[in-house]
Ligand binder design. Sequence first.
Ligand code: COI
Length: 358
Amino acid sequence: MWKDLDISLEKATDLKPRPSGEKLGFGQYFTDHMFRMDWNRKDGWHSARICPYQPFSMDPASTVLHYGQAIFEGLKAYRSGDDRLLLFRPEDNFKRMNDGAVRMSMPRFSVDQVLKALKALVYLDRDWIPTAEGASLYLRPTMIGVDPFLGLKPASTYIFYIIMSPVGAYYSEGFSPTRIYVCRDYVRAVKGGVGNVKTAGNYAASMLAAEKAKEAGYTQVLWLDACERKYIEEVGTSNIFFFINDTVITPPLSGSILGGITRDSVIQLLRSWDIAVEERQISIDEVIAASQDGSLKESFATGTAAVISPVGELFYDDVSHLVNNGQTGPLSVRIFEELQAIQFGRTEDRFGWTVTVC
Ligand code: COI
């Protein structure tokens, strides 16, 4: 049922100055071009174009602005040492976005065609892919409902777009241990809701607790389940793992947490190294008990933006618990190095995760 999308190209005439590698931070700069396509009931997806990066004009009544019909993805393009441009598991991001579209009553799209557009966009702005160690080009596909109508129903017109931003480390700590505040006052999502969808409102709902944690000196919030406030869900914008005794434990994908692509990659890597991984419910009490009896060896969070971020401290119930004496542990280092080696094309990709742009 997908019509073949012709993608038109309008090149930017005024190219922006590129930021230097050391100053990148996260999400502050945007490349010269973007991709956009539109959807309506009659034509489906149409008017696909790569055009200069530019603002939208949107009706103030647009559905997304009132009822939050917005889904997005985060993935990265990497420059390898021998100058190849690589994407990491892009089809998985687009499949997840399509699943989110169904949950949010939004239209699905052809993964193949959008991947084709993404490759063309990355190729066109290839000079923006940073060369600094560990830096990459963050890609942000987004879909929003834009009907100028205030009645509550799914929009009948949508915009899908991709913007790109050269980035360094997400946290100012870089690949250093983070301080995590275990949150009991607020919850992120409930089962049956949209916690497993990368939709804008989930992030808005997380901001108050995250800002309070930051004011108290913590990097991020660790969320507990909404019913009992007992079982661990995820940390800030990432999935969470605990290395207890000889097993790595991570909460299962039971509907209220995001099915991270980095999470899945880490599970596959660990299993390929014969390290036991359990995807199961784990309570905060179990983690604190493991920290007290010394069996909690390491903890780390995983995400596209954050990559692997080691946890050095958990603050729970007014007590601070150091993880691995507040240091980054050897397993976190091994995972980080292997994942980045695959993503940057420094080692053989035995999982078939990388997609070459050129
Ligand atoms: C990502 O890791 O790609 C995300 O979308 C998290 C975002 C809050 C930066």
